[in-house]
Design a protein around this ligand. Structure first.
Ligand code: S3P
Length: 171
């Protein structure tokens, strides 16, 4: 079974993916980590040294490669993965389940504020401007996320609750 988790930065894709993989005994791949291993460089460094366009091309190639390489997997994508080129179609055509982990703008801002520095797209945004940035950015991206087969709201829910809700969808 192939399950792809999508959603905005800090929506919990990696944490949900790891726990789901453990409980279902299905291999886990985090697309950002996979890219970092392939390039032997952090995502922040890829952005700063090679630029976002280079990253997006790589992200597209690695998404296809990971989905082709595995007959069964839980894949956590990057927040922008479904929003570029044909990536969302690739996800829909090569997975049994795609799940959008949806959080409100305020929920996302609370989480992102704590780890802003590791995220190249928001590292330069001042804390006071973060809500406006995330609100606009999410508005642009929502249409892509909404194509997922399933949507789960993560607001006010702990990790175990979200994972058990995802599991119920995978029938
Ligand atoms: C990005 C999200 C990041 C990472 C890169 C770009 C985005 O992944 O892929 O910094 O465009 O939203 P996370 O969602 O895991 O932070």
């Amino acid at each position: 079974m192939k399950v792809v988790l999508i959603g905005y930065m800090a929506s919990g894709k990696s944490s949900v993916g790891k726990l789901l993989s453990k409980q279902l005994e299905i291999p886990f791949v985090d697309l950002d980590e996979y890219i970092e291993e392939q390039q032997k460089m952090t995502i922040s460094k890829i952005f700063s040294e090679k630029g976002e366009l280079f990253f997006r091309k790589l992200e597209h190639q690695m998404l296809q490669k990971v989905l082709e390489e595995h007959s069964s997997l839980i894949l956590s994508t990057g927040g922008g993965t479904p929003c570029y080129g044909v990536n969302m179609d690739t996800i829909l055509n090569n997975s049994d389940h795609s799940v959008y982990l949806q959080l409100s703008v305020s929920g996302l801002v609370d989480r992102i504020a704590n780890e802003k520095d590791q995220r190249p797209l928001v590292s330069d945004i001042e804390a006071k401007d973060l809500a406006e940035f995330v609100g606009k950015h999410l508005f642009e991206r929502r249409g892509f996320y909404a194509k997922a087969k399933h949507t789960i709201s993560g607001d006010g829910k702990d990790l175990d609750t979200v994972v058990s809700e995802v599991k119920k969808l995978l029938v």
